[in-house]
Structures are given as structure tokens and as C-alpha cells.
Design a protein around this ligand. Structure first.
Ligand SMILES: Cc1cc2nc3c(=O)[nH]c(=O)nc-3n(C[C@H](O)[C@H](O)[C@H](O)COP(=O)(O)OP(=O)(O)OC[C@H]3O[C@@H](n4cnc5c(N)ncnc54)[C@H](O)[C@@H]3O)c2cc1C
Length: 410
């Protein structure tokens, strides 16, 4: 079939490879070329150990502390609040215990097979060297939060996710750079990160072109059913007719999803980072700083300090003071670190209120398949999403049942 993929982030590129495997003729259309969105600048984690939606007791426990500080880990721009309100109400509903339990099962269903799916994809292309297998650490500065996390670690262990709880001394043996404020940690020894997210995406894109995928740089402004498939209207004035369309435009997918009959409550959690010279932090592995709202990753291209959740929509300018605030929180855990200038970045997570991606056929036209809304887990979940989309288009049983991710669930 002739298939158009809208969006060249990690989801669109992974989908392109999965469709090429099936022998389809694939055209990837991105308004900037690949690497224009969140996938180029994220933290690079294949976070397959994560099992909780954002609307979890853990987030609600931190929320009052976070909301007091306008530059804290989570903020809502006052001017954006009225637009965000419907999303927030759904987020509240997704925080009910039954919904959290179902959401965790649905996150786990994808994350449990996320790493093998990436290993298969990279293995086929001979690109396994893009993965870094150094484990992932979570650390705590608050003893009672660390104690409370024991139940999550038990659940993860029960699910077969290897996790080792470490006291302060054990942690400092592993990562001597941590200061005295760090009181405990959890080591996920199977945690994996990529050499560099931009390099990862650009390499996979280059391989897609060499496998025969066609690349078009233009914005898709509209889509409509036509006799032989779906007609795409490009901002360049051109049109394309495709037999199938995959909508993988990340945080910008809402308008085109609505044109396909699905009103999806997609918003964006803006995230920030700064990347400094490799080795600046003196840490061997990626670290999540629980309660402080940021992570660090020793990428091949530099040490990245990133995170933060800012609700301010797709158009407001970046607030770089958020990066400075993150760096001052970094000082609390790595007091001796002296980092120089770095490259600052802001990106748009494509976020649904229930932290689940939107994967499935469009209401108005089943020739259009949605594949967006991966929030904090787009890199992690892209290879599995691609397998699900390819199976759906082929009429095969997907590797994960589609129901929890249905575009019609809202
Ligand atoms: C600070 C931060 C850290 C993160 N860390 C991690 C992590 O460690 N692990 C993880 O799994 N996830 C992480 N994420 C989340 C992850 O980056 C996203 O979920 C993922 O990148 C989304 O991929 P995507 O392909 O859906 O969207 P994007 O990468 O945003 O790509 C969408 C593409 O669509 C194009 N586009 C949009 N509209 C149109 C249109 N109308 N026509 C044509 N093209 C269009 C854009 O140009 C863009 O290239 C992080 C995110 C942030 C912000």
C-alpha cells in the first residue's frame, strides 16, 4: 500500500521502519524534516521499568510542594489555565484508584516489551551500538519519601523488573559524586539509554531513506477522505493521495485528529533541559531525582540535565528561568559540581490526561491510524507502537491489545 506518515519524530520514524518491513511504499511528511519535535532533545531513557501514570498518588503527594514554586518541577501558566481546565478535570478523573490501576496495566503492557522491541528493530538495522546499558538510578533526598517508595519497588519486583534498594552509603559507593542530602536510591540494572536522542533519530531516519522511504518537508494542513484513500493537503500547496495515513505529529496532532472525527484531549507538558560537556556531572549512569522533578543522563554528546512540567500550550515563549531553577536544585544533590555553559532546549511532550498514547483507527475514516500522545514515554514506547500500527494496518493481532489506547476512549 501507499502509506503517508505525518510527523518525523521517533514515533513516525519507528512506524516508517515497521511499514517498510511489510513491503509498503512509505512517504514520511514532516514540516521541518525529522528531529523537529520532542524526540530530538529528550532525556534518552528507554524507561521500561516505569509503571505509573502521571495521575498517580506519587505525583499528587508532591503536587502541593511543587505548585508553591512558580519555577518548581510543575507549573501552570495562569493565562493558560482556562484552556487547560477540561484536561485537568480528566486528569483528576484519571486519578481515581480504579483508573490508576487500569492505567498502570496499560502502561506496563507496552513498557514490558519496549526494550525487546527496540533491540529487535536496532538488531535488524545493525544499530545496537546506539544503546547504552548502564542501568538507571532513582535517588531520594527525603527519607520518608524513600520509605514510601518501597511499596512501588515491591510491585516492580513482583512484575519481574529488577530493582535494588540502596542506602546512602551503597549509593555513594556506586556514584561518589552525590552529596550528603541524598539518602537512598533504587538501582534498575536493566535500565537503558540511547547514545544521544538526536543522533538516534537522525540515524534511524537516514536508514529509513536508504530502505526506500520517501521524505517530504512540508506541513500537512488538512486531510479528507477521497475515493481511493485519504487526500492530504500540504502547506506547500501540493496534495497527496494515500491508501493509509498514520498521524504521528506528536503534540501537534489534535487538529488533524479532530478532522478525522476524534476529539482527543491532547495537550502539552513542556519540558526543559541543558546539556553540558560530557563527564561534567561525574555520574556514570542516568539518574531520576525523586521529588525534585528532573533527571540527568550521561549522553555521549554531553551530560543532560532535564525535566520539568510546564503547562503553557504550544505557542508561549520558553521560560529559561526554569533551567536556572533546575540547576539550583541540582546543586542540592551534587554540591561539588561545577558546570560551565551548556545548550538549552525546550520541547513539547504530547500529553493525554491518562498518560496513555492514542493508538488506533480514526472514527471517521479507518484508513487513518492515530499514533500520538506518548507523553513522557515516546522514545520508550515508539518501537512497540510501530509494531501495533503495522499489525493494525495488516489486519493482524497487534502485540498489545488496542482497547486501552483507543482514540474513542475519551
Ligand atoms: C524534557 C523531556 C524529556 C523526555 N525524556 C524522555 C525519555 O527519557 N524517554 C522517553 O521515552 N520519552 C521522553 N520524553 C518524551 C518524548 O520525547 C516524547 O514522548 C516523544 O518525543 C514524542 O515523539 P513523537 O514522535 O510523538 O513527537 P515529536 O518528536 O514531537 O515529533 C512530532 C513531529 O511532527 C511534526 N509535525 C507536527 N505537526 C505536523 C504537521 N501538521 N505536518 C507535518 N509535520 C508535523 C513535527 O515537526 C515533529 O517533527 C521526554 C520529553 C521531554 C520534553
Amino acid at each position: 500500500m501507499r502509506i503517508a506518515v505525518i510527523g518525523g519524530g521517533i514515533v513516525g520514524i519507528a512506524v516508517t521502519h515497521a511499514l517498510l518491513d511489510e513491503g509498503h511504499e512509505v512517504e514520511l511528511i514532516d514540516r521541518e524534516g525529522p528531529a523537529g519535535g520532542a524526540s530530538a532533545g529528550n532525556a534518552g531513557w528507554i524507561a521500561h521499568m516505569d509503571i505509573l501514570p502521571l495521575a498517580s498518588p506519587k505525583a499528587w503527594a508532591y503536587l502541593p510542594r511543587w505548585m508553591l514554586d512558580p519555577l518548581g518541577p510543575l507549573s501552570i501558566a495562569p493565562a493558560y489555565l482556562p484552556r487547560l481546565l477540561p484536561w485537568l478535570l480528566r486528569f483528576g478523573a484519571a486519578s481515581m484508584p480504579g483508573r490508576i490501576a487500569a492505567g498502570s496495566v496499560a502502561i506496563r503492557a507496552i513498557n514490558a516489551i519496549a526494550l525487546p522491541a527496540w533491540e529487535r528493530r536496532l538488531g535488524k538495522l545493525g544499530l545496537e551500538a546506539l544503546l547504552r546499558r548502564r542501568g538507571i538510578l532513582s535517588v531520594w533526598t527525603n527519607p520518608s519519601d524513600f520509605a514510601a517508595a518501597a511499596s512501588l519497588h515491591s510491585r516492580q519486583s513482583a512484575l519481574g523488573i529488577p530493582v535494588e534498594r540502596l542506602d546512602a552509603a551503597g549509593l555513594r559507593r556506586l556514584e561518589p559524586a552525590f552529596g550528603q542530602t541524598v539518602v537512598g536510591g533504587a538501582l534498575y540494572e536493566t535500565g537503558v539509554h540511547v547514545a544521544d536522542p538526536r543522533l538516534f533519530l537522525e540515524t534511524l531516519s537516514a536508514y529509513a531513506w536508504s530502505r526506500g522511504a520517501r521524505r517530504t518537508v512540508s506541513e500537512v494542513s488538512d486531510l479528507e477522505p477521497s475515493a481511493s484513500g485519504v487526500t492530504l493537503h500540504l502547506a506547500s500547496g501540493e496534495r497527496r493521495v494515500a491508501e493509509r495515513v498514520v498521524l504521528a505529529a506528536g503534540a501537534w496532532s489534535r487538529h488533524l485528529a479532530a478532522r478525522s472525527g476524534d476529539r482527543v484531549p491532547l495537550d502539552t507538558e513542556r519540558g526543559y533541559n541543558i546539556t553540558v560537556a560530557p563527564g561534567s556531572l561525574g555520574l556514570a549512569r542516568p539518574v531520576m531525582y525523586e521529588g525534585l522533578g528532573f533527571v540527568t543522563t550521561p549522553l555521549d554528546t554531553g551530560d543532560r540535565i532535564g525535566g520539568s512540567v510546564e503547562f503553557a500550550g504550544l505557542n508561549a515563549p520558553a521560560n529559561w528561568a526554569r533551567v536556572d531553577a533546575m540547576l539550583s536544585r541540582l546543586k542540592r544533590v551534587l554540591p561539588d559540581v561545577d558546570i560551565g555553559d551548556g545548550v538549552r532546549w525546550m520541547g513539547f511532550r504530547p500529553s493525554t490526561p491518562d498518560s496513555l498514547p492514542v493508538i488506533g483507527a480514526a472514527s471517521r475514516n479507518p484508513r487513518i491510524v492515530h499514533a500520538f500522545g506518548h507523553g513522557h514515554y515516546g522514545l520508550t514506547q515508539a518501537a512497540v507502537t510501530a509494531d501495533m500500527v503495522a499489525a493494525l494496518i495488516a489486519g493482524r493481532q497487534p502485540p498489545v491489545a488496542l482497547a486501552p489506547y483507543s482514540p474513542q476512549r475519551f
